[in-house]
Design a protein around this ligand. Structure first.
Ligand SMILES: [Zn+2]
Length: 334
């Protein structure tokens, strides 16, 4: 997703985008800051800006930004762009020297399809010392048309020789309001729950989700099961049974509203997958393989219609309609 779709870090991102567009951004960078605040997404947004086919130009008011729609932007979001190299820890939890060597080798060529190669090392502090040493020369003098971004929440674990060769961009914690925005938009939280969770989250989306992980995972699993059942167009009895997975019989309106928001976010993802949209924008990227088999069932506008039905169900619930009646009604609309 382009810079404008990232939450928080406004000034830092704008400064970075302007420097990138001017050609004055140093080619070896460390994106440092707490866990779970969007550093890797920012690195991908930078890669999009460098390679976008129709990047929006800058003026005094707006910083330059990628379009998010062109083939280049979409391939970067799906992590299949030939010039965007991403290295992350393997099964052992470490980034090995062979991975660093491969990265150096692959970044030695001119970009294949884009204007600028971007090599992103995620969890860069997991690099073994040998891997960091192997990278020194490249970080000192990267190949022309290449940018290296080391993403880390523990920059001080990196060797001083690595740190001294990179310009450090400091990402701060998100504000509670930013965290709440993301929790509502992407994770099905009600406004009250989102603000409560955000206050305890120390500016990290990751931490906010952890705090509530069991109930959240449970709600998500039920909603995914409901969607799978309805995707098959069951008979009326099957529909009512699927609707029960919204948990209306527990009488907890908050919990049901959360499940409806989760359902809306999965339907939005399905809609995006049906029209082959930017997969970097998926709110439930971790569920992609679970959603994929449902794509054909939700073609032809069904995802969009179902999404509006969930929206209606939510407002009915807010207007104090009976949860059970809302759940039954919705089960016949999806
Ligand atoms: Zn673009």
């Amino acid at each position: 997703m382009p810079f404008r779709d990232l939450t928080g870090h406004r000034r830092l991102l704008e400064r970075t985008a302007r420097a990138a567009a001017r050609g004055s951004l140093p080619p070896s960078l460390i994106f440092a800051g707490p866990e779970g605040i969007g550093k890797r997404r920012a690195a991908l947004a930078l890669a999009q800006l460098f390679n976008c086919a129709s990047a929006a130009g800058a003026d005094a008011e707006t910083a330059p930004d990628a379009c998010g729609q062109c083939p280049s932007c979409r391939r970067i979001a799906r992590a299949v762009h030939a010039d965007i190299l991403i290295v992350e820890p393997g099964d052992t939890g470490a980034i090995k020297v062979e991975q660093a060597r491969q990265l150096i080798e692959r970044s030695a060529y001119r970009p294949f399809e884009g204007r600028r190669r971007v090599a992103i090392v995620d969890d860069a502090d997991a690099m073994e010392h040998s891997a960091q040493n192997a990278l020194l020369k490249t970080l000192e003098e990267p190949p022309a048309a290449s940018t290296f971004v080391l993403v880390t929440s523990r920059p001080d674990v990196l060797l001083p020789t690595v740190r001294s060769r990179c310009q450090r961009l400091r990402f701060g914690a998100l504000t509670p309001a930013d965290v709440a925005t993301v929790l509502m938009r992407d994770h099905g939280y009600t406004e009250t729950d989102a603000h409560a969770a955000a206050l305890l989250a120390d500016g990290s989306i990751g931490r906010a989700l952890e705090g509530d992980s069991e109930a959240y995972a449970d709600a998500r699993e039920n909603v995914a099961a409901m969607l799978r059942a309805l995707a098959r167009n069951p008979d009326p009895r099957g529909r009512v049974a699927a609707g029960k997975l919204l948990g209306a019989d527990k009488g907890d309106r908050h919990e049901m509203a959360r499940r409806l928001r989760l359902l809306a976010s999965m339907l939005r993802d399905l809609g995006l997958m049906v029209c082959r949209g930017d997969e970097g924008a998926l709110a439930n990227a971790d569920m992609k393989t679970g959603l994929e088999p449902m794509i054909t069932s939700f073609e032809g506008g069904r995802a969009v219609r179902a999404f509006s039905a969930v929206d209606e169900a939510l407002s009915a619930l807010e207007r104090n309609a009976s949860p059970k009646i809302v759940a039954d009604w919705l089960a016949f609309q999806i």
